[in-house]
Design a protein around this ligand. Sequence first.
Ligand code: DQA
Length: 145
Amino acid sequence: TRIHILNGPNLNLLGKREPEIYGARTLADIEADSIALGRDLGLDVALFQSNHEGGIVDQIHDAREVAAGIIINPAAYTHTSIAILDALNMFDGPVIEVHISQVHKRETFRHHSYVSLRADAVIAGCGTHGYTLALHHMAQLLNDA
Ligand code: DQA
Protein backbone atom coordinates (compact mmCIF):
# COMPACT_ATOMS: atom_id res chain seq x y z
CA THR A 1 0.00 0.00 0.00
CA ARG A 2 1.53 3.27 -1.14
CA ILE A 3 1.33 6.52 0.88
CA HIS A 4 2.53 9.92 -0.29
CA ILE A 5 3.77 12.52 2.22
CA LEU A 6 3.57 15.98 0.61
CA ASN A 7 5.34 19.01 2.06
CA GLY A 8 4.84 22.62 1.03
CA PRO A 9 6.99 25.74 0.88
CA ASN A 10 10.02 26.31 3.12
CA LEU A 11 9.88 22.79 4.54
CA ASN A 12 12.95 21.89 2.44
CA LEU A 13 14.85 24.04 4.97
CA LEU A 14 13.64 22.15 8.05
CA GLY A 15 16.47 21.91 10.58
CA LYS A 16 17.72 25.38 9.60
CA ARG A 17 14.38 27.15 9.51
CA GLU A 18 13.31 28.75 12.86
CA PRO A 19 14.45 25.64 14.80
CA GLU A 20 12.84 26.99 17.99
CA ILE A 21 9.48 26.52 16.22
CA TYR A 22 10.12 23.66 13.78
CA GLY A 23 12.86 21.66 15.53
CA ALA A 24 16.23 20.31 14.50
CA ARG A 25 15.22 17.43 12.25
CA THR A 26 15.64 17.86 8.51
CA LEU A 27 13.27 16.77 5.74
CA ALA A 28 15.80 14.03 4.89
CA ASP A 29 15.54 12.78 8.50
CA ILE A 30 11.74 12.77 8.26
CA GLU A 31 11.92 10.93 4.96
CA ALA A 32 14.24 8.23 6.36
CA ASP A 33 12.12 7.82 9.52
CA SER A 34 8.89 7.66 7.51
CA ILE A 35 10.17 5.05 5.07
CA ALA A 36 11.46 2.89 7.97
CA LEU A 37 8.21 3.19 9.95
CA GLY A 38 6.22 2.56 6.78
CA ARG A 39 8.09 -0.72 6.33
CA ASP A 40 7.00 -1.80 9.86
CA LEU A 41 3.40 -0.77 9.16
CA GLY A 42 3.28 -2.44 5.74
CA LEU A 43 3.16 0.92 3.92
CA ASP A 44 5.32 1.91 0.97
CA VAL A 45 6.03 5.58 1.79
CA ALA A 46 7.27 8.24 -0.65
CA LEU A 47 7.96 11.85 0.31
CA PHE A 48 7.68 14.93 -1.94
CA GLN A 49 8.24 18.65 -1.38
CA SER A 50 7.54 21.76 -3.43
CA ASN A 51 7.89 25.47 -2.80
CA HIS A 52 5.26 26.13 -5.50
CA GLU A 53 1.49 25.92 -5.14
CA GLY A 54 1.08 24.37 -8.61
CA GLY A 55 3.82 21.86 -7.82
CA ILE A 56 1.81 20.61 -4.86
CA VAL A 57 -1.36 20.49 -7.00
CA ASP A 58 0.55 18.35 -9.54
CA GLN A 59 1.80 16.05 -6.75
CA ILE A 60 -1.80 15.57 -5.54
CA HIS A 61 -2.88 14.71 -9.11
CA ASP A 62 0.00 12.19 -9.36
CA ALA A 63 -1.06 10.64 -6.03
CA ARG A 64 -4.54 9.97 -7.51
CA GLU A 65 -3.01 7.37 -9.80
CA VAL A 66 -0.75 5.55 -7.34
CA ALA A 67 -1.33 6.38 -3.67
CA ALA A 68 -3.91 4.92 -1.24
CA GLY A 69 -3.56 7.89 1.13
CA ILE A 70 -2.01 11.34 1.44
CA ILE A 71 -0.31 12.93 4.45
CA ILE A 72 0.12 16.62 3.70
CA ASN A 73 1.77 19.58 5.38
CA PRO A 74 0.78 22.37 2.98
CA ALA A 75 2.82 24.89 5.07
CA ALA A 76 1.79 28.50 4.36
CA TYR A 77 -0.54 27.39 1.53
CA THR A 78 -2.71 25.78 4.23
CA HIS A 79 -4.06 29.23 4.96
CA THR A 80 -4.47 30.50 1.39
CA SER A 81 -4.89 27.74 -1.18
CA ILE A 82 -8.28 26.89 -2.62
CA ALA A 83 -6.37 25.16 -5.48
CA ILE A 84 -4.82 22.64 -3.06
CA LEU A 85 -8.22 22.06 -1.41
CA ASP A 86 -9.82 21.50 -4.84
CA ALA A 87 -7.09 19.02 -5.81
CA LEU A 88 -7.51 17.10 -2.53
CA ASN A 89 -11.27 16.98 -3.16
CA MET A 90 -10.51 14.88 -6.28
CA PHE A 91 -8.48 12.38 -4.26
CA ASP A 92 -10.45 9.35 -3.10
CA GLY A 93 -8.38 7.99 -0.18
CA PRO A 94 -7.76 9.26 3.36
CA VAL A 95 -6.06 12.64 3.78
CA ILE A 96 -4.23 13.59 6.99
CA GLU A 97 -3.13 17.20 7.51
CA VAL A 98 0.03 17.71 9.58
CA HIS A 99 1.46 20.89 11.11
CA ILE A 100 4.70 20.71 13.01
CA SER A 101 3.84 23.75 15.14
CA GLN A 102 0.68 24.32 17.15
CA VAL A 103 -0.85 26.71 14.63
CA HIS A 104 -3.76 27.67 16.93
CA LYS A 105 -1.31 29.10 19.47
CA ARG A 106 0.28 31.32 16.82
CA GLU A 107 -0.81 34.32 14.69
CA THR A 108 -4.52 34.40 13.86
CA PHE A 109 -3.77 34.10 10.12
CA ARG A 110 -2.56 30.53 10.87
CA HIS A 111 -5.83 29.54 12.58
CA HIS A 112 -7.81 28.96 9.39
CA SER A 113 -7.05 26.03 7.10
CA TYR A 114 -8.67 25.47 3.70
CA VAL A 115 -7.21 21.95 3.70
CA SER A 116 -9.07 21.06 6.91
CA LEU A 117 -12.32 21.19 4.91
CA ARG A 118 -11.10 17.94 3.28
CA ALA A 119 -8.74 16.40 5.84
CA ASP A 120 -9.98 13.29 7.66
CA ALA A 121 -7.62 14.07 10.56
CA VAL A 122 -5.48 17.03 11.60
CA ILE A 123 -2.32 16.83 13.72
CA ALA A 124 -0.71 20.05 14.97
CA GLY A 125 1.85 20.90 17.62
CA CYS A 126 3.53 17.50 17.94
CA GLY A 127 6.69 18.65 16.21
CA THR A 128 8.08 16.42 13.48
CA HIS A 129 6.73 13.46 15.49
CA GLY A 130 3.41 14.48 13.88
CA TYR A 131 4.45 12.64 10.70
CA THR A 132 4.98 9.46 12.75
CA LEU A 133 1.56 9.85 14.36
CA ALA A 134 0.01 10.46 10.95
CA LEU A 135 1.52 7.26 9.52
CA HIS A 136 0.20 5.19 12.44
CA HIS A 137 -3.27 6.67 11.97
CA MET A 138 -3.09 6.19 8.19
CA ALA A 139 -2.30 2.48 8.71
CA GLN A 140 -5.33 2.24 10.97
CA LEU A 141 -7.64 4.04 8.53
CA LEU A 142 -6.56 1.80 5.64
CA ASN A 143 -6.93 -1.34 7.78
CA ASP A 144 -10.48 -0.40 8.73
CA ALA A 145 -11.41 0.48 5.13
C1 DQA B 1 3.31 24.83 9.26
C2 DQA B 1 2.50 26.00 9.85
C3 DQA B 1 2.24 27.07 8.80
O1 DQA B 1 1.48 28.14 9.36
C4 DQA B 1 3.57 27.62 8.30
O2 DQA B 1 3.33 28.58 7.27
C5 DQA B 1 4.49 26.55 7.82
C6 DQA B 1 4.58 25.29 8.57
C7 DQA B 1 3.73 23.80 10.34
O3 DQA B 1 4.14 22.71 9.96
O4 DQA B 1 3.68 24.10 11.54
O5 DQA B 1 5.23 26.75 6.87
O6 DQA B 1 2.48 24.14 8.31
